[in-house]
Design a protein around this ligand. Structure first.
Ligand code: 3H9
Length: 700
């Protein structure tokens, strides 16, 4: 059995300490230990109260997710352990030393009293795994804090810091000193005042107020379409909380919770979301980098380029409390960049999500400089100028001269050759790619690009720095576009071809939106600005690429996208809703005819396959070449950097779910029909189909 609970007598109190490192999930040994510990305390007449706490760095991280979907596990169930606790005639005090998430908070809610360390976060994040709190959380939390607050907490799944949990009524006290000593002192007080138990299941006053209020739950349900479009679990959560308010008894509510929990467990979204949970953590582990690889100590950063990317990266450093210099060779750009950063923070302050003092503290960490040589004292420098290989090489040549020995030199290039950039220095072992995604202060993904010469110390440091900056870091090989953008090129090209072949931008965009992305490729292009690509192509002397013809002609007509109210779509003043526009449709038709395309109707299914399967085929090639280490890494890139719906699990997981034999058959058909290189089936895909395997099986 995995994990254990230590039992210790402290006078007339039994101290139960959960021990299942690193974060104490409720594995079989912990469940058994809870059951046995409470039983022993109840049987010992000298014990008058029980204190439950966690060893290691958490109280309890929740149910053991790795047990889900597998064979039944040994020992008592969580339900049996919780019944034992809730049935206890001696008061149980949860001394929440650290994270109490999911089943962990549910354990605490089965205790009679709760005291928390001031830094401990509590929460019910099951929704992020496609689940709902299935050990009474949907029934007990509303009884403690009311339906509305419970809906907010459980549907968002967000952590609640102990001081907020105290004001909401989730915990009774905040520890002033050592959490275990304060828990024992709390127990002594309860014993001294009669040793009363207090079961959350018996509380009524908070839920009584909303009983029969159907409008309240209709309102919650309507909001779900905006906040959790396409997701299965949130509606199930509402059903459970409604039962907590309206069912005839606590047990009847628990029955509803069990049914809904099981429905979530069976749903493919649950499997996809748990796949992403483990994939994000696996991505951090690089097979040939030893766990104890020495790392650079990062106390100061430098960023080159004060544009959108550079500014966002500087904010990442400041948000993590790391001082950072930001340089731009154009003083106006530098001043503008600092203003943008200030504006970003000010907006967060005005929304109440950041205090003014914290904003001031972060702004003070960002030091603008016009002097390139000032960058030299940093432990890491990230170059974030526009995509031009010669310019980047020049910058790295200069960095080689000014940066202190041993510093990490990173380029934020999104597609260029990291080795060519590293070769401009005398220390290519110190160079790697650190590719952030826009806006860098918001997007969670970081691609760490491994150059031919990048040293283990540099790669390990870049991965660890990513974690410190709050990113999900994925290691990518040095190939054009790395993982994310190399795959994306296949997706955008197919979309562009389909509007030449007869689909409309609105149809393609709707298919992608319904699939779960925030917007389709044409709405996205309009948002970014069609003129960027058009100008770049003009500067490069033009292109023969057929897919460039439509955006170029739209730009010739002054249709740059949202910025001037017309692109693939038209936009009403002050409104970002894309509206079909006959003028743009005319351009599309004319260009298609001029290029000799025969226009036809597309089914939504075909559009989806044409957009998604290039991701899969290129993803398979990346795996084959070793440029991506795991299928799960690719999925991690797509859900964290490209808005791919997490509940679909990423493109490789999606392909597995379709059946790789079917995916391959479609790819072969597209290849036969078009001869396009992107459809040349990856050898790995063919091999997996021949062996009856999945991409996921490669990661096991
Ligand atoms: C639930 O509770 C359902 C119930 O309502 C009903 C049941 C009937 N299980 O993230 P880290 C592993 S659903 C198994 O790197 P951090 C993780 O994989 C659950 N393993 O550390 C990693 O392993 P490795 C609701 C888990 O400090 C290691 O622990 N709970 C679990 O950055 C360290 O994790 C949640 O959704 C788990 N529950 O963050 C909480 N949790 O070293 C999920 C972690 O091999 N967990 N591991 O890569 C978290 O949010 C974060 O892990 C936590 C720690 C904040 C706890």
């Amino acid at each position: 059995m995995k994990g254990t609970v230590h039992y210790e007598k402290r006078g007339n109190v039994a101290l139960l300490s959960i021990d299942n490192p690193p974060v104490n999930p409720l594995s079989s040994g912990v469940r058994q230990g809870l059951y046995d510990g409470v039983t022993a305390a109840l049987e010992d007449d000298s014990i008058e109260a029980i204190v439950l706490t966690g060893m290691n760095r958490a109280f309890i991280a929740g149910a053991d997710i790795s047990e889900f979907g597998g064979a039944a596990t040994a020992g008592v169930s969580l339900g049996e352990a919780l019944d034992k606790m809730e049935g206890s005639t001696k008061p149980i005090i949860a001394a929440i030393n650290g994270t109490a998430f999911g089943g962990g908070l549910e354990v605490a809610l089965c205790c009679d009293y709760r005291i928390a360390a001031p830094t401990a976060p509590v929460g019910l994040p099951e929704v992020k795994l496609g689940l709902l709190p299935g050990a009474g959380g949907t029934q007990r939390l509303p009884r403690l804090i009311g339906a509305e607050a419970a809906v907010k907490a459980i549907i968002s799944g967000d952590p609640i810091l102990a001081p907020d949990a105290f004001s909401m009524g989730i915990v009774d006290r905040i520890a002033q000193g050592d959490i275990v000593e304060d828990g024992l002192a709390f127990a002594a007080e309860i014993i001294a005042s009669g040793g009363q138990t207090r079961k959350v299941r018996d509380l009524e006053d908070k839920t009584a107020a909303d009983r029969g209020n159907t409008a309240l739950f209709e309102q919650f349900a309507a909001n779900l379409n905006k906040t959790h479009r396409g997701q299965f679990a949130p509606a199930q959560i509402l059903k459970c909380i409604e039962a907590a308010v309206n069912a005839d008894s606590f047990d009847a509510g628990m029955q509803v919770e069990q049914e809904c929990f099981q429905a979530c467990m069976r749903h493919p979204q649950r499997e996809a979301l748990i796949h992403i949970f483990f994939a994000e953590r696996a991505a951090n582990k690089i097979p040939d980098l030893p766990k104890d690889v020495p790392l650079l100590e990062i106390n100061r950063g430098s960023v080159i380029g004060a544009g959108t990317m550079g500014g966002g990266i500087a904010m990442c450093f400041a948000n993590a409390g790391i001082a950072v210099r930001i340089h731009d060779n154009d003083p106006d750009n530098l001043a503008r960049g600092i203003k943008v950063i200030e504006g970003n923070y000010a907006r967060t302050v005005s929304k109440g999500r950041l205090s003014q003092e914290e904003m001031d503290r972060r702004m003070a960490l960002i030091i603008p400089t016009e002097n390139f040589d000032d960058l030299g004292d940093a432990d890491v420098v990230i170059e974030a100028v526009y995509e031009n290989l010669d310019l980047k090489k020049q910058i790295f040549e200069r960095l080689d001269k000014v940066m202190k020995a041993g510093a990490l030199l990173a380029t934020n290039t999104s597609a260029l050759d990291v080795d060519a950039i590293a070769a401009a220095t005398s220390r290519p072992e110190s160079v790697c790619g650190m590719h952030f995604f826009s806006p860098a202060n918001v997007m969670r993904l970081l691609e760490v690009v491994r150059g031919e010469a990048s040293s283990p110390l540099v790669l390990g440091t870049a991965m660890a720095l990513g974690k410190r900056l709050g990113k999900v870091s994925v290691m990518a090989g040095n190939c054009p576009g790395f993982i994310g953008n190399r795959m994306l090129a296949g997706y955008t090209r197919q979309a562009a071809l389909m509007i030449l072949e007869g689909a409309s931008p609105a149809q393609v965009d709707k298919v992608i939106y319904d699939f779960g992305l925030a917007m389709g490729p044409f709405a996205m292009n309009d948002m970014v600005g069609l003129d960027l690509g058009w100008r770049a192509r003009k500067m490069a002397g033009g292109t023969n690429e057929v897919t460039a013809r439509i955006p170029d002609e739209l730009c010739e007509l002054g249709r740059y996208g949202q910025k001037n109210g017309k692109g693939y779509y038209r936009y009403e003043e002050g409104d970002r809703t894309p509206l079909p526009d006959p003028e743009a449709d005319e351009v599309i038709k004319r260009v298609a005819e001029e290029l000799g395309f025969e226009r036809r109707d597309f089914s939504d299914e075909e559009i989806l396959k044409r957009c998604m399967y290039p991701l899969v085929n290129i993803g398979a090639k990346l795996l084959e070449e070793g440029h991506a280490l795991r299928a799960g890494d690719i999925d991690t890139v797509y859900v964290n950097g490209y808005g791919f719906p997490t509940y679909v699990g990423g493109p490789m997981w999606f392909a597995d779910a379709q059946g790789l034999d079917k995916v391959l058959a479609d790819i072969e058909r597209f290849h036969a029909e078009t001869g396009d290189d992107v459809w040349k089936p990856a050898a790995l895909l063919k091999q997996l189909v021949a062996e009856g395997r999945t991409f996921a099986s490669l990661d096991q």
